[in-house]
Write a protein that binds this ligand. Sequence first.
Ligand code: HEM
Length: 484
Amino acid sequence: MDNLVIVLILAATTTAISILSIVFLYRNNSNLILRSKHRRRPLPLGTLGWPFLGETIEFVSCAYSDCPESFMDKRRHLYGKVFKSHIFGSPTIVSTDAEVSKFVLQSDAKAFVPSYPKSLTELMGKSSILLINGALQRRVHGLIGAFFKSPHLKAQITTDMQKYVQQSMANWRDDRPIYIQDETKNIAFQVLVKALISLDPGADMEFLKKQFQEFIAGLMSLPINIPGSRLYRSLQAKKKMIQLVQKIIQARKKEISSISNEVARDVVDVLLSDTSGQLTDDLIADNMIDMMIPGEDSVPVLMTLAIKYLSDSPTALQQLTEENMKLKTLKDQLGEPLCWSDYLSLPFTQNVITETLRMGNIIIGVMRKAMKDVEIKGYLIPKGWCVFTYFRSVHLDENNYDWPYAFNPWRWQDKDMSSSNFTPFGGGQRLCPGLDLARLEASIFLHHFVTQFRWVAEEDTIVNFPTVRMKRRMPIRVKRKGDH
Ligand code: HEM
């Protein structure tokens, strides 16, 4: 019996030593290989975690927790602002250093290309703006960016948005909760689809909304494309949406043989008017759907978080309301409707939006893959590794912002927004082309909301992973101003 115990203990010890050695070798092997290959150029400090899993489980469990920074903070403390890790199946250099992240974002496709989970790339298709690189990406990005900046589109968005906001708010009653996240989602989707393909609310819009929900449900799924799987159903939904967009493209082509001399009404017009010959109908149709991915969720979350932070900050709410009331009274007296530049002219309202973007971190960071060995600030990013430029840590760093967890729109009164410490819309080659649109939509929503309603927010909390959202969809009880 005693012998059996000794044998078992020995066997268990040997197994444990073997496992630990494998883990140890795995964790350090990549360092050794890189050291010999790269002649002692240093990899950032850090650990690669467990075989295959890396540090993904710890990253995800922290991201779900009340303190999503804990994963990064612990490692920043141990290894510095740039460290190595292994998350989502790839060895990764994490950058919480604004300068390093800026360098990565400004690099071209010879150094870094976008990196997304496999399920996402399967859904997006090869010609998606989120995936293409080089001259074609610059072309599509430039066309869309210029269109979204144009006063013509801003005027159209303003008219549409005012209409959708009023339609939505007309149904709000004080005897039942209003779910801000749902209301803003509905409004922003209509605005986005109008800007992309000029579709008005109606049967086609409802069809698109339904298919789009089915489509994005697969963004974080297992990359298994067999009938019945989540990815398969999402791809089927995308096919149906593409058919609808193709119909619009074909009708548009018949309608006007040359759109170039006309004022583009939507992104389809803009891309059809391109004469480079690179933008096929398939590419345009695909991109109309793919562009809904970054546009669809982020703007409603921005509006929802602004309402959340304002609900918790009565002083900020009061100043915001006063500023918007003043503009409304002035415009009423002049008998003029508000135009897009009126909405964007209110400094405190803009500061509220900026502060919401800083604290909310709607996009926590972006992933790139190194196409060659790159050295930044003395750190080596090896070819084939991912880089995670993590904005959240920069936005919540007390060295960059005093009391970083306090909602303080006044901090922006004399602060430079163009610094690399503030990158909610990314930067460089892929700076979000929708940033003006997002700010304008949020300004219009806030104006109509605070000038028409008082509200009390019900208990709710912010969830940060896999996307930022409110746990209970931000229920509030409203009272129309003027009602007693
Ligand atoms: C609060 C709202 C928004 C936030 C925080 C946001 C954030 C971002 C960020 C961080 C990126 C950079 C991604 C990267 O570097 O890989 C990006 C790219 C992009 N965004 Fe936005 N976005 C917002 C709204 C919108 C809207 C309304 C649209 C409209 C369609 C849009 C369209 C895009 C597109 C097409 C790209 C890819 C650009 C490229 O790769 O060339 N975004 N966005």
